[in-house]
Design a protein around this ligand. Structure first.
Ligand code: SAM
Length: 506
């Protein structure tokens, strides 16, 4: 659907000032404006300024950095929210035919499938995946997440009401089965609507994979028609994070006009009948029809990636490893030992090398040299790889050792939420908050669990508690027990959630 355009009014304009706005948009959201898009971008900026009644670009630049409605209006102007149901049907068919049946559990039975639509706009893409999963009978075991940078689009997505434009090309039988029609408004069936969780996530920020956002260990990621907005360095960073967010057997699909990742980041490039797909290096051990090419960028930085064997210390270890995402303690370097194993765990975790975190953390635990942060890193790494059953087991074992660990109770709750055990998740979050009332992410987790059990009022109370904690710290400070989330972003998420709970039933 074409988006509402505002009136263009005369505004003051200067080249350095507009360049400052462009630089900020690039650093904040990865958005770039090459010469061929520059004119339309400037027109978009003028429109937003006109609507907000702002006459000077420098005032606009300053107000933009506060976020909120002005930034959202600009995002909507500068990016296209164009999307529709069952877009690129060949890709969806490939997912249905080859990917979904290959997602096994450890005992061979079905396990919850985790799917992420990154840059989902108004929701048609993740809802299409929900329809696909419903057809395969796997919907009730699935966790489907839709994220975007635009609050307005996410609110549209949550409502689940569409016009016929969003359904162009969709077979009548599908429309009749999954939508209720009222004139030109098509409302999604509750089964599909409630199967998708929408949240705000800026792909240009280093906030995924992370249990704090529920974005980790994905079996399928669709990030289609989003990378086109980014320059090459941003595409490489985003692509690496997307690959890190895949489970070991997961698949990443881009849109047909998105840039190729081959040669940009280490990955397996899979030529499927429905175009190119990407996997973590070495993931081709899974069965499927298609050719696989292992692709590495020309210049890799092997020193950045920790590889076994790790050095296990023979003498007592130094101070405890700092929890992933927080950095109160300096990296360990016990005199006489080249690198301590705990420091290896921390460095491997920060490098996204979750496989090795698990190896070393388990060895440390086995020889009785584990610590609470090592257990936390182990649980997080397993979860980030999509090994949820193992993560649940390790978390339960860790809680026997560290029953007073607020962060472990919080993680237990996050894992329960992934398995749709929302009442248990709420109990775990409450335990975490009993032990540490200032653990902001536990308030957010509690809110999510309460919203999912239908208690919107209590969910809003928990969100307001999170909001209070977040406004009390500097906007750019890293929030504890996250993988680097800033207070600013979590505040944005909390407020978005508060607004969306007001608009729609969770
Ligand atoms: C063309 S839509 C793609 C919708 C859907 N993926 C599809 O292919 O049909 C592009 C979406 O990317 C989102 N986007 C742009 N930059 C983003 C960023 N930094 N983080 C998250 N989403 C972003 C925009 O808000 C927009 O909704």
């Amino acid at each position: 659907m074409p988006e509402t355009r505002g009136e263009v009014r005369a505004v003051e304009w200067s080249e350095p000032e507009i360049a400052r706005v462009a630089r900020w948009l690039h650093s904040h959201a990865g958005l770039t404006f090459p010469p061929n898009r520059r004119e339309s971008a400037e027109l978009g900026i003028r429109r937003v300024m006109g609507r907000a009644g702002i006459k000077s670009i420098s005032e606009f630049g300053n107000r933009l950095q506060r976020g909120g409605a002005l930034l959202d209006d600009l995002i909507a102007e500068l990016t296209i929210g164009e999307t529709f149901f069952l877009r690129e049907p060949n890709q969806l068919e490939f997912i249905q035919r080859e990917v979904l049946p290959a997602v096994p559990s450890r005992d061979g039975s079905c396990r919850p499938i985790r799917v992420w639509s990154a840059g989902c706009a108004s929701g048609e893409e993740p809802y299409s995946l929900a329809i696909l999963l419903q057809k395969t009978g796997c919907l009730n075991l699935a966790r489907i997440i839709g994220t975007d940078l635009s609050v307005a689009r996410l609110l549209t997505a949550r409502r689940g009401r569409y016009r016929s434009w969003s359904l162009r090309g969709v077979p009548k039988a599908v429309i009749n089965q999954y939508f209720e029609r009222d004139g030109d408004v098509f409302t999604l069936s509750p089964e599909i609507r409630t199967a998708v969780d929408f949240s705000l996530l800026n792909l240009a920020e280093d906030v995924y994979p992370s249990p704090a956002t529920g974005v980790f260990g994905m079996d399928v990621i669709l990030c289609r028609n989003v990378l086109i907005y980014f320059d090459a360095p941003t595409v490489a960073q985003v692509a690496q994070r997307l690959l890190n967010t895949l489970s070991d057997s997961g698949w990443l699909f881009l849109g047909a006009s998105d840039p190729s990742l081959a040669g940009m980041v280490p990955c397996d490039v899979v030529m499927t009948g429905a175009g190119i797909a990407y996997r973590k290096p070495g993931a081709q051990r899974q069965l499927f029809s298609g050719a696989v090419f292992s692709s590495r960028p020309p210049e890799t930085a092997p020193s950045d990636i920790i590889r076994p064997p790790f050095t296990l210390p023979s003498s007592p270890l130094g101070p405890a490893l700092s929890a992933p995402g927080s950095s109160p303690d300096p990296p360990l370097s016990t005199p006489g030992l080249p690198v301590s194993a705990r420091a290896d765990v921390e460095r491997a975790y920060n490098a996204g090398d979750y496989e090795n975190v698990a190896t070393v953390a388990r060895e440390l635990l086995q020889i009785g040299e584990g610590t609470e942060p090592v257990s936390i890193a182990l649980v997080r790494s397993l979860a980030n790889r999509g090994m949820l059953e193992e993560a649940v087991e390790e978390c339960a074992a860790a809680l026997l050792r560290y029953s007073m660990s607020a962060e472990l109770h919080y993680l237990a709750g996050m894992l329960q939420a992934q398995g749709a055990q929302h009442e248990e998740a709420a109990r775990s979050a409450r335990r975490a908050l009993y032990l540490d009332p200032d653990l902001t992410v536990a308030h957010l987790a509690l809110a999510e669990a309460l919203a999912r059990t239908g208690d919107s009022r209590a969910a809003k109370t928990a969100l307001r508690s999170a909001e209070r904690l977040l406004v009390a710290v500097p906007a750019e400070s890293r929030v504890r027990a996250t993988d680097g989330e800033t207070a600013f972003r979590l505040l944005h998420i909390a407020r978005f959630r508060l607004r969306s709970l007001t608009f729609t039933k969770a």
